[in-house]
Design a protein around this ligand. Structure first.
Ligand code: DGL
Length: 268
């Protein structure tokens, strides 16, 4: 592949606004990187979809986006899409693809009690990919998992300035704690990119002695490493957010995206 031009963007992809939690730390490391942020609102929530549906949908949509925006690298800023479709996307597309997978390895290094909670979508927490991460990095720990679609809805609402239902937060934490061994957990992996948007609410419900972790900073470092030595614009250019068209869910106001360097919104 030829060296990318300075204007070639980094493409971030999620079902919704969760991927902004990966975009944030990436912009901190690469402040002038041109950005395209793509959200599949027509497909949200991914956590309620089948493996077969996502394994077909995600590579097809990313293929369209790559053709349209010609990115230098694509980030699947979604645990659900990554744990199900990363291999399919890599097989289908000829550019570097960075995925997002649950931060079980760092959680296993952090826990003192030996009990880790994994909070994700229902689809993510049932993936063999997650079994595998547990077996490789946390075989001597107890790993309790819980899927919470309500947190995805809550995070989307919060970015639109709406209140988050405290019961949804409480139920998500109880879903981990009420499992055998769950009362001793001291680390919770936020295994959905939407969930760090609710960090403060989840921290308050889990208590100060529980660490919440996610993989965003590590992904940002990986993106910086993979693009090291490439050219970038001299100063920051406004990013583009692109949403797949959904009758039920219009794109959010630009003001919600502006803090992430987004300057315009498109629908496809
Ligand atoms: N943000 C996505 C993730 O990281 C999923 C949200 C959804 O569409 O259910 O898993």
């Amino acid at each position: 592949m030829n060296a990318p031009t300075a204007n070639a963007p980094i493409l971030f992809f999620d079902s919704g606004l969760g991927g902004l939690t990966v975009l944030g730390p990436t912009r901190a490391l690469l402040p002038t990187a041109p950005i395209v942020y793509a959200a599949d609102y027509a497909g949200l929530p991914y956590g309620q979809k089948s493996e077969a549906e996502l394994a077909a949908r995600v590579p097809a949509l990313l293929g369209r986006l790559v053709e349209r925006y010609q990115p230098r690298l694509a980030v699947i800023a979604c645990n659900t899409a990554s744990t199900i479709a990363l291999a399919h996307v890599r097989a289908a597309l000829d550019l570097p693809i960075v995925g997002t997978v649950p931060a079980i390895k760092p959680a296993a290094e952090l826990t003192k009690t030996g009990v880790i909670g994994v909070l994700g979508t229902e689809a993510t927490v049932r993936q063999p990919y997650v079994d595998d991460l547990g077996a490789r990095f946390a075989h001597d720990k107890i790993v309790v998992r819980h899927g919470s679609p309500g947190l995805v809805t809550g995070a989307e609402a919060k970015l639109r300035g709406k209140a988050v239902d405290p019961d949804v937060i409480a139920r998500a934490i109880a879903g981990l704690r009420d499992q055998p061994g769950g009362d001793k957990l001291d680390v919770i992996v936020l295994a959905c990119t939407h969930f760090p948007l609710l960090h403060d609410e989840l921290q308050a419900a889990a208590g100060a002695d529980v660490r919440l972790i996610d993989g965003a900073a590590g992904i940002a470092r990986r993106i910086a490493h993979l693009t090291e030595g490439q050219s970038w614009p001299a100063c920051a250019v406004p990013g583009i957010a692109v949403f797949t068209r959904s009758d039920d869910r219009p794109p959010p106001p630009l003001a919600a995206l502006a803090p992430y360097g987004i300057g315009s919104i498109e629908t496809i």
